[in-house]
Design a protein around this ligand. Structure first.
Ligand SMILES: C[S@@+](CC[C@H](N)C(=O)[O-])C[C@H]1O[C@@H](n2cnc3c(N)ncnc32)[C@H](O)[C@@H]1O
Length: 402
């Protein structure tokens, strides 16, 4: 495998933006891919995957290359050399790659496989939380699965098309996909591609949404004609899915504390052809109080640590702080307690997170049920990244009984 200078330079510049300027990896990758319109699919794949790999394996590469204290251009090149050696690239004769200690890199890599924080390239605090919450054996499996590259999964927008005809149309645009057993609306891309450029996307025939995330709206057991409140709607990934499951009938009220996210949701709503969604910014507690006891169904897709989606956001490993996790657990409990009041008698609620930590998941539900005996647990589902091969998620379906 050969390395191309302009592609590698793009990677180095991108890593600088992520680690030195604090920019988000996904945004930086999007920008990087626009750098040269002549790049083919293989070039784009190299740029995107190499940036993500260098972010994902930062701690491991830092340890091998002894670059942990500075993130200068020179050190980024040293980390890149580690990447290139470990991935088996033939090192070109460039100034920046002179004297790369290939054998030492391989030896150090083998040695570090014995220490999980290096092997899995994670901060110490994250490893401690993982072991405490899940036990050593399960945590080791989950974190290893969370270090795999994320696949691109689409959700067919059944308001506009069916999965089979979407697959055919995408194929006509040069994008091969596969069905995923157990996920009724999902299509898996056989090879990474920029799906946002396709006519199918512009026509609102699909959304990009991980397979595990596609289980959440379906868990809420919605029916056409119901009144549903999606309390933490964000940019609306699950709101749009709810609209499709409700066949555009009934009413979905999508709320969030950020207006900017709901604005994105409105754009997506138009593209998807969903007509039963209204948005409401939560400016004060009054907004939710007015809707108390009115909803057939409530979705609480709670803010969380995001530890279940590290594949997709490997930079979270370095941005997330233990204090944030502690605080978000308190916020989740408050949100669950107050938004549960929106559910009417005999109505149902789903509490979901994209975390695999019990303290954000089943323990929150247990605590809630202890304090709210008018609710009962119907079922819950923990999606393990290791077992499923997709993002880590948790969802619990509760019913208000009086
Ligand atoms: C996991 S994200 C939601 C993702 C979204 N449901 C989707 O499927 O695309 C959690 C959302 O909760 C919002 N949020 C945080 N605190 C909140 C609160 N107190 N009330 C309502 N929403 C809140 C965040 O702005 C964020 O958009």
């Amino acid at each position: 495998m050969r390395l191309h200078r302009n592609l590698v330079y793009t990677v180095i510049d991108s890593i600088k933006l992520i680690f030195n300027e604090g920019e988000y990896a996904d945004k930086v990758v999007q920008k990087a891919l626009k750098r040269d319109a002549r790049w083919g699919a293989r070039d784009r794949k190299f740029v995107a995957e190499t940036i993500y790999e260098m972010v994902r394996w930062k701690r491991l590469y830092n340890e091998i290359a002894s670059t942990k204290y500075h993130y200068s251009t020179e050190n980024i090149w040293k980390n890149f050399a580690v990447f290139a050696v470990l991935k088996g690239y033939k090192l070109p004769d460039w100034n920046q790659l002179q004297g790369v200690p290939t054998r030492r890199i391989k030896g150090k890599f083998d040695e570090l496989q014995k220490v999980r924080v290096f092997k899995e390239s994670i901060p110490d605090w994250m490893d401690e939380i993982g072991v405490t919450e899940l036990g050593e054996k399960q945590w080791s499996k989950e974190i290893s699965a969370l270090n795999k590259q994320a696949e691109v999964i689409l959700r067919t927008n059944t308001l506009r098309t069916i999965k089979k005809s979407l697959q055919k149309k995408l194929a006509e645009e040069g994008i091969a996909t596969e069905f995923i057993p157990g996920y009724p609306d999902a299509l898996r891309l056989v090879e990474r591609a920029n799906v946002f450029r396709t006519k199918c996307f512009k026509d609102g025939l699909f959304e990009v949404q991980d397979a595990s995330s596609q289980l959440v709206a379906a868990y809420l057991d919605v029916k056409p004609g119901m009144r549903v409140i999606d309390t933490c709607a964000g940019a609306g990934g699950k709101t749009l899915h709810l609209a499709a499951l409700m066949e555009n009938k009934g009413q979905i009220i999508a709320t969030d504390i950020y207006e900017s996210k709901l604005k994105k949701l409105k754009i997506r709503t138009r593209r998807a052809g969903a007509h039963n969604i209204t948005t409401k910014v939560i400016e004060s507690s009054k907004v939710m109080k007015k809707m108390k006891g009115t909803a057939d169904r409530v979705l609480i897709d709670a803010p969380c640590s995001g530890i279940g989606v590290l594949r997709r956001n490997p930079d979270s490993k370095w941005k997330l702080q233990p204090e944030f996790v502690e605080n978000i657990i308190k916020t989740q409990a408050e949100i669950l307690e107050s938004y549960a009041k929106l559910v009417k008698i005999d109505g149902k609620l789903v509490y979901a997170t994209c975390s695999i930590l019990p303290s954000e998941n089943e323990n929150q539900v247990k605590k809630f049920l202890k304090n709210n005996t008018n609710f009962k647990l119907l079922k819950d589902h923990k999606v393990s990244p290791f077992k499923s091969g997709y993002d880590g998620f948790y969802m619990a379906l509760l019913e208000r009984i009086n």
